[in-house]
Structure formats: C-alpha cells, structure tokens
Design a protein around this ligand. Structure first.
Ligand SMILES: NC(=O)c1ccc[n+]([C@@H]2O[C@H](COP(=O)([O-])OP(=O)(O)OC[C@H]3O[C@@H](n4cnc5c(N)ncnc54)[C@H](O)[C@@H]3O)[C@@H](O)[C@H]2O)c1
Length: 263
C-alpha cells in the first residue's frame, strides 16, 4: 500500500500487533506516532524506525483516559500537521468466568478496549472531518467479538462492542470523508496470546483444532489488513470487520491436528 504523505497514530504500539502496524505503515511512507503505556519501549521502537524523529516518534498514552487520547491526537496534528490514519489497537484481557469476574476487572478491560477505542475514534474523527482529505480509522477487534470463550468474559464483550461502534462511527461519518473499519484477528503469536492461551500443548491443540490453516498467525498478517483498510485502495470500504483468523470463522466442527508448528 502507499501511505506516502500520511500521518498515522497507532495505540499499543510498543510491541505485538500494534508495533507491526506502525512498522508497516512507516515502511509504506506514513509518519507514525507509536503510543503506549510502555513509553520507553514505544520510544525505542520509534527511534529504530527513524532516529531523527522526523517520521516516527514514541509517546505515552493510556487509552482508557479520554483526555490522554485528546492529547495524543492533538500532538499528532501539532507535530506532523494532520491525522490521516488512526489505529485503535491497544487492548488486553483478564481471564475469569461470568460468576467470578469482579467489577474492577470488568471496568479495566472495558476501559482500555471499548472506551479507549471509542474515544480514540471520536478524537481522531473530530480532526478528520475537518480535513479535506478525510481519514481512515481502523479498530482492533477480535474473533472473540463473535465467538464466545467462557473464561474470556469482558474481553469478548468489549470486542463485540468494538464491532458495533465501528459500524456506528462508519455510518455516522460516511458522508464526511472518514472511513471506519475493524480487524478481528484469530490467534496471533504475540505476548498476549502466549500468556493467555498458548500456555500448554493441550490449549495449543485446542486452538489449532479451530484454525483450518493449521498454524497461528503472525503479526505482519494482521498489519497487512490494517494497512489495506487504512489505504485509498479501500476507498469504498467502511463499517466492515475483516477477520485474519486462519479460517476460524467459517468452521463448525473441529479440525484434526496432526502437527504442532513450533511457536
Ligand atoms: N494476539 C492475538 O491473538 C490477538 C487476537 C485478537 C485480537 N488481538 C488484539 O490485538 C491488539 C494487540 O494485541 P497484541 O496481541 O499485540 O497484545 P500485546 O499485549 O503484545 O500488546 C498490547 C499493547 O497494548 C499496550 N497497552 C495495554 N494497555 C494499554 C493502555 N491502557 N493504553 C495504551 N496502551 C496499552 C501494551 O502495553 C502493549 O504494548 C489488542 O487489542 C488485542 O485484543 C490480539
């Protein structure tokens, strides 16, 4: 894709999928702001992209605080002159059953995943509707927006909410030059997945039994979809969720797992 002349903000960009998105958008010409609560890591990754800071900078933003999202978007415009691409990627989960989940844990996951994505979209859209070139917002959803896991309560609910807020923003802003889409990965090899679900051979087998392609995804295989949705090649696409999930969504019964690829 060509993102020459564009300015992109990626939240949760210190590692994993967010970092891959920032790297991909930067490689394709965008100036990028890598924001994260892990500020040192975000700044180091920005430096690795461009030590001069002219086309990549890192900063600290807690996406669950609206004022920090407003500051992040303001900083992007002040530093690079516009905001063309907003990738609301930061997210996390806390494992607990419907009977056990506490109010504090529920609020934490919702605050980061759902509220963070909502206000990230709102702050970005407020800038984009006033730009002649409009803009593109890409939200990080999950296969869990549609497929339920009993121990993943607020996470799945938050991702389902992200799908709906994506559609609501999309139709609200369609006539104002702003496209809003989401990406719903299956199981991708990141710290989040390794700590949460790839914890034993049994759970790895369970995951692959629902992954027809027969392996987990790589972060670059999500970043490529984000890049497409953010690009002018997707100029007629809005309000959609695309699932880079190795074929999980259409599977009804489970798949045989003869081989466990190394992770
Ligand atoms: N890895 C997967 O299998 C998978 C599958 C579906 C969806 N996702 C989604 O992709 C996104 C990225 O996940 P990942 O696998 O790269 O996880 P990760 O844990 O490797 O990265 C998440 C990043 O978000 C940052 N972050 C956490 N809380 C934050 C906050 N309050 N403010 C700002 N940054 C914050 C973390 O510091 C981290 O750098 C998440 O939204 C996740 O739900 C991941």
């Amino acid at each position: 894709m060509n993102h020459e002349g564009k300015v992109a903000v990626v939240t949760g960009a210190a590692q994993g999928i967010g970092l891959a998105c920032a790297q991909r958008l930067h490689a394709e010409g965008a100036k990028v702001i890598l924001s994260d609560v892990q500020v040192e890591k975000a700044m180091a990754e920005a430096q690795a992209l461009d030590a001069s800071g002219k086309s990549a900078i890192g900063c600290r933003t807690d996406v669950s605080v609206q004022a920090e999202m407003a500051d992040l978007v303001g900083m992007a415009v002040e530093t690079f002159g516009s905001l063309d691409i907003m990738v609301n990627n930061a997210g996390m989960g806390i494992g607990a059953s419907v009977l056990d989940i506490s109010e504090a844990d529920f609020d934490k996951v919702m605050g980061i995943n759902l509220k963070g994505t909502f206000f990230g979209s709102q702050e970005a859209a407020r800038v984009m509707v006033n730009q002649e070139s409009g803009g593109a917002i890409v939200n990080m959803s999950s296969a869990q927006a549609l497929l339920a896991i009993p121990e993943s309560v607020p996470y799945g609910i938050s991702k389902a909410g992200i799908n709906q807020l994506t559609r609501i923003f999309a139709i609200s802003l369609a006539s104002r030059g702003v496209r809003v889409n989401a990406v719903g990965p299956g199981t991708i090899l990141t710290e989040l997945a390794k700590n949460a679900v790839l914890t034993s051979e049994e759970s790895y087998r369970k995951i692959l039994s629902r992954t027809p392609i027969g392996r987990c995804g790589e972060v670059e295989e999500v970043a490529s979809v984000v890049s497409f949705l953010a690009s002018s090649d997707a100029s007629y696409v809005t309000g959609q969720v695309i699932y880079p999930d190795g074929g999980r969504m259409p599977v009804n019964y489970t798949m045989p797992v003869d081989h466990l690829p190394p992770i």
